[in-house]
Ligand binder design. Structure first.
Ligand SMILES: Nc1ncnc2c1ncn2[C@@H]1O[C@H](COP(=O)(O)OP(=O)(O)O)[C@@H](O)[C@H]1O
Ligand SMILES: O=P(O)(O)OC[C@H]1O[C@](O)(COP(=O)(O)O)[C@@H](O)[C@@H]1O
Length: 315
């Protein structure tokens, strides 16, 4: 059983168009409304593979109701904390050449009592001793900057490992506090955290090891179309699959994390599965999560101790 907490979920709305031209009237080829938010997507991907999972999230207003209905459709067990403000709707414009433009709203403002209720709901979900707690996404206005540190302390008290996928200030506060079993930044998020560019494999491994030195156990860095790197204190692995033209990259990082956590395997096999799930996600429209039939682990190449001189953009 894996519990996810998504403090700022969304109804993801995707518009597929042939090409984006500013200032023009454009015809939409297809549109999708799907349950979104990073932890929500992890739960959806796990559920589509038959895993037991509970998604903890706040919901409010008509979009909150729609989000819950969408989760029900996908048979995802949701523990919801009702909030007064309306759940956000994030917008994606997906172009035929694979370019994905994401417009993410700040989301609703939560009161102190609502934040406390969210923490209490997470405590209640942790009582079943899940194998992982996944804490994911941006923080809503009103949540304290150390929200994920508080979450990690509660999980650690129960011996539950925490995987964190966030960005910006919440990532910095949490990563510096340490105590995360897994951090999943993408390439840009890790570079922003460290305040420097990370053009080579060696730069990313060095940066990940710096994050480990703050008291975290493992770092999974996703590299967009260039695969992913898994780094612990002793070892590193790179994995990638043949290039595909994405239909939508929204949710690819979340599916990568879900694939990593899905089963307790050796590190390189976890990474292979993670990249297979992420690659499958980009071939699907909007925030669609892959099921078992979409995944091809055999297409993923895994390299132990990759050459530090390799330039990521050239992989
Ligand atoms: N353009 C792409 N082509 C093929 N695979 C991709 C592409 N973009 C992302 N992926 C896959 O999805 C994973 C996560 O993508 P990434 O963009 O790094 O994460 P996030 O969605 O968290 O920003 C990558 O590690 C890769 O396996
Ligand atoms: O909380 P944030 O950082 O605004 O991100 C939320 C958005 O990210 C997603 O979870 C997708 O994330 P990834 O593309 O990084 O996997 C969307 O479903 C959601 O709209």
């Amino acid at each position: 059983m894996i519990v996810t907490i998504t403090p700022n979920p969304s109804v993801d709305r995707t518009l597929e168009i042939s090409a984006l031209t500013r200032g023009e009237v454009l015809r939409v080829l297809a549109s999708h409304s799907q349950a979104g938010g990073k932890g929500v997507n992890v739960s959806r991907a796990l559920r589509s593979h038959g895993s037991a999972t509970t998604a903890v999230l706040p919901t409010g207003g008509a979009d909150g109701d729609q989000l819950l209905a969408l989760l029900r459709e996908h048979d995802v067990n949701a523990v919801t904390v009702p909030v007064a403000a309306t759940t956000r709707s994030n917008l994606t414009v997906a172009e035929a050449d694979g370019t994905t433009t994401k417009l993410n709203l700040a989301g609703p403002s939560l009161s102190e009592a609502e934040v406390d209720a969210l923490l209490a709901a997470t405590d209640a979900a942790l009582a079943c001793q899940p194998s992982w707690l996944v804490a994911s996404g941006s923080l809503p206005v009103g949540a304290p900057g150390d929200f994920y540190v508080r979450i990690a302390a509660r999980a650690s008290a129960l011996g539950v490992p925490v995987a964190l996928d966030t960005s910006g200030a919440p990532l910095e506060v949490a990563a510096l506090a340490g105590s995360f079993a897994l951090l999943k930044p993408n390439h840009e998020e890790l570079a922003e955290l460290l305040g420097r560019e990370l053009p080579t494999i060696g730069d990313v491994i060095g940066g990940a090891r710096e994050v480990l030195s703050w008291g975290n156990e493992t770092v999974l860095v996703t590299l967009g179309g260039h695969g992913a790197l898994l780094v612990d204190r002793q070892h590193s692995w790179w994995a990638g699959s043949p290039r595909v033209t994405p239909r939508s990259t929204v949710g690819a990082g979340d599916c990568t994390l879900a694939g990593y956590l899905y089963a307790d395997s050796e590190a390189p096999e976890r990474l292979r599965r993670a990249v297979a799930w992420g690659t499958a996600a980009v071939a699907l429209p909007g925030t669609t999560v892959p099921g078992p039939d979409d995944i091809d682990e055999s297409a993923v190449e895994v390299v132990a101790e990759p050459d530090p001189a390799l330039v990521i953009k050239e992989l």
